[in-house]
Design a protein around this ligand. Structure first.
Ligand SMILES: CCCCC/C=C/CC(=O)SCCNC(=O)CCNC(=O)[C@H](O)C(C)(C)COP(=O)(O)OP(=O)(O)OC[C@H]1O[C@@H](n2cnc3c(N)ncnc32)[C@H](O)[C@@H]1OP(=O)(O)O
Length: 392
């Protein structure tokens, strides 16, 4: 590998990028805005040349791939031979971005360089005070005991529908769980639902920038939200305590295990809502359950029982509702006693090979949804839902 690293250092970057020295950093590239100006992109390219330390091969490959995607679009090079390791590593990184739009790649590049700059500045950052108060949550109940951090969605009167505050709080809670003393993390719901998915009233508060700005901000939030599940480093378990709808179902494909009560159902009514798949389900569902079964769920909106979802591989195991909580938590407490580093590293071995691809798929799904949210089909479906009780 040493020759690979050296070769990569010599040849990984295109003419406009210079090799510099930085420690390898794990980066979560979250987008603040979908479009970076050409000036921002050029500035970022210049900033790379001024970086003080080598960012490591993984980050350099990511910069290379994003640069090529932003300037040339999808990978257009013939696949190198297996023995040309450097070119193959570069080709793989670029090809993994698929059909990621140039503009998105440009923005991701700018964000990545910005993260490199801020991490190099904050290398001397003071750790938060040990007694600093953990963040308070309004839409969640987060507890940590027996080696398990439990994140419970807590809007039971709204079937745990996810509003913007809940999306942000789940991201905060996952970030905190990734760094706390627990060895596994669990997501579950309070009340009789796991979650009824996206809160459809999210579509009602239109900002001054109009529906286009609303859709753009929603796509950015969704991309960051799903990105947290893709990058989560510890075993992540869903305890599906009741019916699940929409994004609460699609993100299950990014969990490491899914345990459900036999009362649970799994429904993704995207076509009914004029929308399209998210949570990387356009990739994970066909892979988990077969393309035709994925079509029945994601396109035709077929609702699955817990046992059907288990038979199709989306659910790991189903338990009788009467003994569900007792059985599942007994098992999870036993799992949580296993060596945490071995579990975390094993998850990386299993998941890391797909991470870049999943981020590219997430970006593509969000880009399509951003357009879907502006469609009449979606608006009509939301209006129908919100006015359904008025019609009773
Ligand atoms: C940043 C943006 C990211 C966007 C990501 C995109 C994701 C895609 C999706 O998630 S699509 C799925 C969206 N969800 C739905 O379509 C479900 C809508 N809800 C329902 O169909 C029903 O409420 C139900 C089947 C979940 C439950 O029906 P039931 O009759 O048992 O209960 P009520 O309808 O009376 O619900 C109780 C109250 O909860 C409110 N509510 C339930 N779900 C939602 C929701 N998803 N959004 C908003 N509000 C919801 C419901 O309105 C009731 O409120 P009320 O008591 O004030 O009337």
């Amino acid at each position: 590998m040493a020759h690979l690293a050296a070769g990569l250092a010599r040849r990984w970057c295109p003419s406009s990028l210079q090799v510099v020295n930085f420690p390898v950093v794990q980066l979560h590239v979250s987008l603040r805005a979908m479009r970076a100006s050409h000036t921002e992109f050029e500035n970022a390219m210049n900033q790379v040349k001024l970086l003080k330390k080598d960012p490591g091969n993984e980050v350099k490959l990511k910069l290379y791939a994003l640069y090529k995607q932003a300037t040339e679009g999808p990978c257009n090079m013939p696949k190198p031979g297996v023995f040309d390791l450097i070119s193959k590593a570069k080709w793989d990184a670029w090809n993994a971005l698929g059909s990621l739009p140039k503009e998105t790649a440009k923005q991701s590049y700018v964000d990545l360089v910005s993260s490199l700059n801020s991490s190099s500045k904050s290398s001397g950052q003071v750790e938060p005070r040990a007694d600093s108060k953990p963040p308070g949550y309004e839409t969640l109940v987060v507890t940590s005991e027996d080696g398990i951090t439990k994140i419970m969605l807590n809007r039971p009167t709204k079937k745990n529908a996810m509003n913007p505050q809940m999306y942000h709080e789940i991201m905060l809670a996952l970030e905190a769980a990734s760094k706390d003393e627990s060895s596994i993390t669990v997501l579950t719901g309070s009340g009789d639902y796991y979650s009824s998915g996206n809160d459809l009233t999210n579509f009602t508060d239109i900002p001054s920038g109009g529906v286009q700005e609303k859709a753009k901000n929603g796509a950015i939030l969704l991309r960051d939200f799903v990105g947290c599940f893709i990058d989560f480093p510890k075993p992540l378990i869903a305890v599906v305590n009741g019916p699940a709808v929409g994004i609460a179902v699609t993100t299950l494909g990014l969990f490491d295990a899914v345990y459900a009560t036999d009362r649970a159902t799994f429904h993704t009514p995207f076509s009914h809502l004029g929308q399209s798949p998210e949570g990387c389900s356009s990739h994970t569902f066909p892979r988990i359950m077969s393309p035709s079964k994925a079509t029945e769920m994601l396109i035709f909106g077929k609702k699955l029982t817990a046992r059907e979802a288990c038979a199709q591989g989306l659910v790991t195991e189903v338990f009788p509702d009467s003994t569900f909580q007792k059985e599942v938590w007994t098992r999870l407490k036993a799992y949580a006693k296993l060596p945490p580093n071995a579990m975390r590293i094993s998850k990386q071995v299993i998941r890391n090979k797909e991470k870049e691809k999943l981020h590219a798929i997430n970006a593509e799904e969000c880009s399509v949804l951003q357009e879907r949210w502006l469609s009449d089909e979606c608006m009509n479906a939301v209006v129908n839902f919100l006015s359904r009780k008025a019609k009773l």
